[in-house]
Design a protein around this ligand. Structure first.
Ligand SMILES: [Zn+2]
Length: 191
């Protein structure tokens, strides 16, 4: 049966042209950011995507810090939220189709500010810490309403993309108690 082979040969140049016209695939690559705390902090709690939009989980990572420590934006962008929210300070920086969130902190930027990667956006607070009584920065990354692992921005997250929304609860390490955090049910409303 030679016809399919002939067809493929006939169509292949066109396919290659389309691929060349599309250029290198950049859409799936993560942007390269910087750690929000310096020096590079320990990760106290990893990303644990919720099994449903309202389900429990950890919608970001917790980075060890100290109260008053300067917080830097991981990526350049525009500040779209800066101020108190439900009792703790929050800053959100938008970067095109994604945005990073930082809390709890005392914001030193205002909505509408343009910030470069690494710009100081505030100082870490203790009130509202996910690691109380210790201070830590809860760092989130979202595309639309989908939570992403912010460690991917600094090359420390999983290399392979995994589905974030699943029908089944996310598997946990055997013997490890489910991670319950004060803000299990927290989610951004208007960002
Ligand atoms: Zn957290």
């Amino acid at each position: 049966m030679r016809l399919p082979i002939l067809l493929v040969r006939a169509l292949l140049p066109g396919v290659l042209l389309v691929l060349l016209a599309a250029g290198p695939a950049t859409g799936d690559e993560d942007p390269v950011g910087v750690w929000p705390l310096r020096p590079q902090p320990d990760v106290i709690a990893h990303f644990d995507p919720p099994s449903s939009p309202y389900g429990p989980g950890h919608r970001g990572v917790d980075l060890a810090g100290r109260s008053g420590q300067r917080v830097h934006t991981a990526l350049g962008g525009t500040v779209t939220y800066a101020g108190p929210l439900a009792g703790r300070g929050v800053v959100v920086v938008s970067h095109g189709d994604t945005r990073t969130t930082y809390e709890p902190l005392s914001a030193s930027v205002s909505v509408g500010d343009t910030v470069d990667q690494g710009t100081v956006i505030g100082t870490l607070q203790l009130v509202g810490s996910h690691c109380a009584p210790r201070a830590c920065l809860h760092w989130g990354w979202l595309r639309g309403e989908t939570y992403l692992d912010p460690l991917r921005l600094v090359g420390a997250g999983p290399v392979r993309l995994l589905p974030l929304w699943r029908d089944e609860p996310v598997a946990r390490s055997p013997g490890r108690a489910p991670l319950r955090l004060p803000y299990d049910t927290w989610r951004p409303l208007a960002w």
